[in-house]
Design a binder for this molecule. Structure first.
Ligand SMILES: NC(=O)c1ccc[n+]([C@@H]2O[C@H](COP(=O)([O-])OP(=O)(O)OC[C@H]3O[C@@H](n4cnc5c(N)ncnc54)[C@H](O)[C@@H]3O)[C@@H](O)[C@H]2O)c1
Length: 362
């Protein structure tokens, strides 16, 4: 598949090892997740055979997706003497690593090219294909970042090996989001293969690849005409309204399990669907389809923070600010169709959240 926006971005499915070996660049600096490296010792072989290739095991996840990590990456780029044009930077890992390394490359020498190689399902269908880079800052998700257009994405589904079902489910959170809001067809495919979707090998077989392709295409349809988000009414914001602060708080608050991004997105989708159902914008039949698939995927992640209605509302107010002062809340009106709300009230959110919490606890 070759998709482009702003005329130069491309995504390809290929074997990453041949890609690196055949790359004609001068120096190659590869920031790689240590788990991915441990599962694929062939990277070490490639390094041994290429004295211009530097493997940098880089452990970045949500807690370390911080400005300090960007500075460490910038120091490595400087230390290796990376130039503006003929050298190649790779980021091989999950969404947090890709976001952080991309941010560093977007500001090093005012922007250098990067190859993004996602190794989680969420990275494949979402984090890698966007142009947004970013790190968390002062307790806000992705508060510091940039738009970086100079990249290529290489997707090699074999790198998913070693990913556990929990991590696969996180990717399914974003796929669930795009299906509910934009595509009944994809939603039905998810229902059909719901049993196999947690098996990593499934994504190297044609049906798994089709789900990946569909999700990417649906995301790109939205990004294509609005890459810098100049239009603030975006259906892909579905699932990203009430839970961003919940997610951040779950990292900070002692004694609480961290809520992974994909789970938070899925919960946000369910809650928003409930709001739509209570307003009679979404039929009971469609709400139940969404609710049942949510449960089939076992997105339920019991965490008392979901009951903190003030935090959910604060998150929504923050997002409203981010959307230029308008709520622009995408809500499903059927599976695959949506509208935007501009007048959600605190009490409505509270009612919907109480009902969802009650039904999930049953
Ligand atoms: N830029 C964007 O447009 C965009 C879009 C969506 C999400 N994101 C970001 O993506 C991040 C979430 O990404 P994620 O779900 O990939 O999680 P992650 O990047 O936090 O990675 C989770 C864990 O998976 C491990 N891991 C990575 N690949 C592995 C593999 N093949 N086998 C075993 N373990 C592996 C990592 O070591 C890490 O501990 C969030 O920070 C989110 O903000 C960005």
């Amino acid at each position: 598949m070759n998709v482009s926006y702003e005329s130069k971005i491309d995504i390809s499915f290929e074997n990453i090892f041949s890609f690196i070996k055949n790359s004609g660049s001068n120096k190659k600096v590869i920031f790689i997740d240590p788990i991915v490296l441990a599962n694929n010792p062939i990277f070490l072989e490639i390094e041994t055979n290429d004295h211009n290739l530097f493997l940098i095991p880089t452990n970045i996840y949500e807690n370390t997706k911080e400005i300090e990590s960007v500075i460490s990456i910038l120091k490595i780029l400087e230390d290796k003497g990376i130039g503006r044009r003929n050298d190649m930077i790779y980021a091989i890992g999950g969404g947090a690593l890709l976001d952080t390394v991309s941010l560093a490359t977007s500001i090093f020498r005012r922007g250098i090219f990067i190859i993004k190689v996602p190794t989680t399902l969420l990275g494949i269908v979402d984090a890698a294909i966007g142009i947004k880079t970013g790190v968390n800052f002062e307790g806000q998700r992705n508060r510091v970042g940039s738009y970086h257009f100079d990249f290529k994405v290489v997707i090699d589904p074999f790198l998913l090996k070693g990913v556990n079902p929990g991590l696969i489910r996180q990717g399914l959170g974003e796929i669930f989001k795009i299906a509910v809001i934009k595509s009944n067809k994809l939603f039905e495919k998810l229902e059909d293969c719901s049993r196999e979707l947690e098996i990593t090998k499934f994504y190297s077989d044609p049906r798994g690849l089709e789900i990946i392709n569909n999700s990417i295409e649906l995301m790109l349809e939205e990004l294509h005409d609005n890459p810098r988000e100049t239009v603030l009414k975006r259906c892909v914001d579905f699932g990203h309204s009430f839970c961003p602060l919940v997610e951040m708080e779950s990292i900070k608050r002692p004694g609480i399990k961290t809520i992974p991004h994909g789970y938070a997105v899925a919960y946000d989708c369910l809650l928003t669907s409930k709001i739509s159902y209570i307003r009679k914008l979404l039929s009971e039949k469609d709400f139940l389809k969404i609710y049942n698939l949510y449960n089939k995927f076992d997105f339920n992640f019991e965490n008392e923070i979901y009951q903190d209605i003030n935090l959910l509302w604060a998150s929504f107010l923050e997002l409203t600010k981010h959307r230029g002062g308008s709520q622009n809340l995408p809500v499903p009106t059927a599976v695959g169709k949506y509208t935007f709300l501009q007048d959600l009230k605190f009490e409505e959110l509270e009612t919907a959240n109480t009902l969802i919490q009650k039904s999930l606890r049953k």
